[in-house]
Ligand binder design. Sequence first.
Ligand SMILES: NC(=O)c1ccc[n+]([C@@H]2O[C@H](COP(=O)([O-])OP(=O)(O)OC[C@H]3O[C@@H](n4cnc5c(N)ncnc54)[C@H](O)[C@@H]3O)[C@@H](O)[C@H]2O)c1
Ligand SMILES: [Zn+2]
Length: 380
Amino acid sequence: MTLSSMVSVSLGERSYKILIQAGLLGRLEGRLSELAVKGKVGVVTDRHVAGYYLSGMLQQLKKCGVDAVPIVLPPGERSKKLDTITNILDVMARHRFERSSFLFALGGGVVGDIAGFAAAIYQRGIPFIQIPTTLIAQSDSSVGGKTGVDHRLGKNLIGAFYQPKEVWIDPLTLRTLPVREWVAGLAEVIKYGIIADEEFFSYLQREMPGLLKRKPDIVAVAVKRSCEIKAQVVAADERESDRRRILNYGHTIGHALETLGRYESLIHGEAVGIGLVQEADVACFLGACDRSVVQRIQAIVQAAGLPDRMPQWTAAKIWKAMLHDKKVSGGQVVGVWPERIGHVRMMPIDEPTFCQWHQTLPKPNSGKSLSRKKPVQRKR
Ligand SMILES: NC(=O)c1ccc[n+]([C@@H]2O[C@H](COP(=O)([O-])OP(=O)(O)OC[C@H]3O[C@@H](n4cnc5c(N)ncnc54)[C@H](O)[C@@H]3O)[C@@H](O)[C@H]2O)c1
Ligand SMILES: [Zn+2]
């Protein structure tokens, strides 16, 4: 695996390239001239990312004659709300951004989702570039065009499908990511193995120690293969009418836990880690897969250092939070259940069945986990 590669997202006139290159952020001239980026550019980022990467980017933009307007947000999920969008639109309008002005999203999934949505609605859509700097964003959220913000009652309730013009991935930026964020990102990467590629899943299992040490060649494989799978799924179903729903594996329970924890006790990838294991357990309860599938998923989630046990909310509370998600149809939640590693199917579940399954969970402090093995301690 070279440390420089390209993945295409084929969506007709909305097709775009994902460039994965170590050091890409330090040499943007070629990209800027190929995409004819000129005039005003907004660079949306958050305070943490700005501290590491903003001045370098502004210098390069200046050198290329681009008039950059930095828009620095407070870090974290709490910024993912409509007020932030209003503020970004204010800045763009005040600086007289035009329809051809670019917006750059320099940061993690939060920055990407926010900036993408602002780009989608300013003057009915201006070009934007995703420059993801977290593992979640490089392996998942920067690709596929889902943009938006949260509502008090549910995650990502407000948004638009809006594709970027290009995705620029510089894996070197992952070196500054805090451990907790790194580990959280592994949940999305593992998800790709479970939903689409058994061989990739086995690779991740085998190479987990190297992945935890962020070895560049292993990270490059993990990011590229995740992007490839996401690009294929999105190309087949851009607006999530069917196949794209497989990407929600781990997120039905995951999003509910994230909302119940007010986006603080569990960050996105941690909630998804629990979702990967617990949704496999539901699948097993529904008879969709063998227990060995649950055990394999639990083992890799634990090896990554992700949490895997259900927090102490009641089944009714979790179900209610799940109903605010977008995967609901006629009061039933459409879940994604693994049949085996590398293959999932979609099937609705109703409240009584969900509550029956919840009853089967090990009681708090019983010491029992789904595979009857002691769970590993969560890394912080
Ligand atoms: N649009 C999609 O398809 C999609 C897919 C998956 C997740 N998401 C969304 O993505 C969000 C989660 O993304 P995230 O985990 O990247 O969160 P994030 O953007 O909040 O980033 C996590 C933290 O890491 C910091 N950070 C980012 N890059 C860094 C770097 N290189 N060095 C040091 N610190 C850095 C950030 O400041 C933040 O504190 C959630 O809101 C989720 O809903 C969207
Ligand atoms: Zn996710």
